[in-house]
Design a protein around this ligand. Structure first.
Ligand code: PLP
Length: 429
C-alpha cells in the first residue's frame, strides 16, 4: 500500500469521499488519488516521493507554474502586515485597476473568494438589474455550485430546468433554462418562448467543463445580438478562461463584449479569489450604491490580492501568451500525432493555454453530445498509463488540460515520449 493509499483510507473516515472537492477522488478513472506534498514549476510531488509533470495546475490558477518566486515573495511580504482587516486596502484598488486595464469591458469590479461566489453574485445582479427571474445556461457548462446554476437538463427535459443534484428545489431550478452549446437556434427558441422573462445568458466562452470545446464561428457574436434584441444581459464566465486564453480573456480573443464578466482561478495566483464586474451602470446596482445585496468577510483579502497582483503583473510581460499558446499547440498536436501513429483515433481542441483530447473518430468535436459519445474505456486506460509514466492529467474526460509557462521543452518532450509508450501499449490491447 502506498502512502497515498493509506492517506486516502484515513481521509475517508473524516472527509466525505476523502476529498474536499469531488473530482479529486478519481471516481471516473478508478484507483486512489495521489496525495500531494509539494509543487514546483511544472511538477507536483506526491506523498510517496513520486514526481509528476502537472497538466492540472490546481485546475487552472497556476499559469506561471507552481511556487513561482514572484508570487511566493509577494505573499511573504503581505503576511508581514497581517492576514485580514475587513476594511478597504490600497491593494484592492490596485487589483481593480489591473483587472480593468486587462479586460476593458469591465468598468467596475468586485472581488469575492471563489468562482462560485462570482457567478452566483453576477446572476443575482442580472436578475435585480433586469427585474426578470429566468436565466439561460448551456448543457455541459459548469459555473460553480450555486443552486440555480447546478442545472443541466437532459435532452427530454431541455427547457424544464431539471436540477442536477438533490437539494435543489424544483421551484428554484425551474427558472434555469438550458440550451445547447454552439447552437444559436436552441437559444433563439427559448427567447421566443420567454421574450420578457430571461434576465441573462451565462456561458463559458470556451467550454472547459465538458473537456475543451471552443465556440464555433459566430456563436458568441450571435449570443450578443440575441441579448441586445431581448434586453437580456450577457455574462461571460471567464473563471477558467480569464487570463488563460489571452491577456484579455476569451472575450478579447474572440472579440465579443459582455455586459458582465466573472473571474476566478488565475486572478488569485493560487489563493481563493473570484471577481465579477462589467458595465458601470449595472455594477452600480450592487450594494452599497444599489439595492442588490452582496458581501464577504474575506473579500479582497490582502494576501490573496498580493498573490493575484503578482501573477497578473507577470502575465503582462511581452510574449507571455504567444509562448503559452505555442506550448499548448505543441502538446495537443503532438498527442494527436502520436495517437494516430498507433492507430488510435483522436481529436483535439486547444485555445491559448487550455487543451482537450477526445478518443473519437470525429474530425472535430464541437458539442456536448459528441463529448458524451467518445470512447469511455480508453480515457481511464490512457490516464493511468500516463500517471505511471509520471504525467498528471485531470482525472476525468470532461475536464480541460492546462499548460503553464514553467512547462519547458524538457517537460513537453517527456510528456510526448510517455504518451507514445502508453499509446503503443493501448494499441497492442
Ligand atoms: N465557472 C467556471 C467556468 C469554472 O470552471 C468553475 C470551476 O471550475 C467555476 C465557475 C467555479 O469556481 P470555484 O470552483 O472557484 O467556485
Amino acid at each position: 500500500m502506498t502512502r497515498s493509499d493509506e492517506l486516502f483510507e484515513q481521509a475517508k473516515q473524516t472527509i466525505p469521499g476523502g476529498v474536499n472537492s469531488p473530482v479529486r477522488a478519481f471516481s471516473s478513472v478508478g484507483g486512489a488519488p495521489r496525495f500531494i506534498e509539494k509543487a514546483d514549476g511544472a511538477y507536483i510531488f506526491d506523498a510517496d516521493g513520486n514526481k509528476y509533470i502537472d497538466y492540472v495546475g490546481s485546475w487552472g490558477p497556476m499559469i506561471l507554474g507552481h511556487n513561482h518566486p514572484k508570487i511566493r515573495q509577494a505573499v511573504l511580504n503581505a503576511v508581514e502586515n497581517g492576514l485580514s482587516f475587513g476594511a478597504p486596502t490600497e491593494l484592492e484598488v490596485a487589483m481593480a485597476e489591473k483587472v480593468i486595464e486587462m479586460v476593458p469591458s469591465m468598468e467596475q469590479v468586485r472581488m469575492v473568494s471563489s468562482g462560485t461566489e462570482a457567478t452566483m453574485s453576477a446572476i443575482r445582479l442580472a436578475r435585480g438589474f433586469t427585474n426578470r427571474d429566468k436565466i439561460l445556461k448551456f448543457e455541459g457548462c459548469y459555473h460553480g455550485h450555486a443552486d440555480c446554476l447546478l442545472v443541466k437538463a437532459g435532452s427530454g427535459a431541455l427547457t424544464l430546468g431539471q436540477p442536477s443534484s438533490p437539494g435543489i428545489p424544483e421551484d428554484f431550478a425551474k427558472h434555469t433554462l438550458t440550451a445547447t452549446y454552439n447552437d444559436l437556434e436552441s437559444v433563439k427558441a427559448l427567447f421566443e418562448q420567454y421574450p420578457d422573462a430571461i434576465s441573462c445568458i451565462i456561458l463559458e466562452p470556451v467550454a472547459g467543463n465538458m473537456n475543451c470545446i471552443p465556440p464555433v464561428d459566430g456563436f458568441l457574436q450571435g449570443l450578443r445580438a440575441i441579448c441586445d434584441e431581448y434586453g437580456a444581459l450577457m455574462i461571460i464566465d471567464e473563471v477558467m478562461t480569464g487570463f488563460r486564453v489571452s491577456k484579455s480573456g476569451a472575450q478579447g480573443h474572440y472579440g465579443v463584449t459582455p455586459d458582465l464578466t466573472t473571474l476566478g482561478k488565475v486572478i488569485g495566483g493560487g489563493m481563493p479569489v473570484g471577481a465579477f464586474g462589467g458595465r458601470k451602470d449595472v455594477m452600480q446596482f450592487i450594494a452599497p450604491t444599489g439595492p442588490v445585496y452582496q458581501a464577504g468577510t474575506l473579500s479582497g483579502n490582502p494576501i490573496a490580492m498580493s498573490a493575484g497582483l503578482a501573477q497578473m503583473e507577470a502575465l503582462c510581460e511581452d510574449g507571455v501568451y504567444e509562448q503559452l499558446a505555442a506550448k499548448t499547440q505543441y502538446i495537443a498536436e503532438g498527442l494527436k500525432a502520436s495517437a494516430n501513429k498507433h492507430g488510435i483515433p483522436m481529436a483535439i481542441n486547444y485555445v491559448g493555454g487550455m487543451f482537450g483530447f477526445f478518443f473519437t473518430d470525429a474530425e472535430k468535436v464541437t458539442s456536448f453530445e459528441q463529448v458524451t459519445q467518445c470512447d469511455a474505456a480508453m480515457f481511464p486506460e490512457f490516464y493511468h498509463g500516463m500517471l505511471d509514466e509520471g504525467v498528471y492529467l485531470a482525472p476525468s474526460a470532461f475536464e480541460a488540460g492546462f499548460l503553464s509557462l514553467a512547462h519547458g521543452e524538457a517537460e513537453l518532450e517527456a510528456t510526448l515520449a510517455a504518451a507514445d509508450r502508453v499509446f503503443a501499449k493501448m494499441a497492442k490491447g
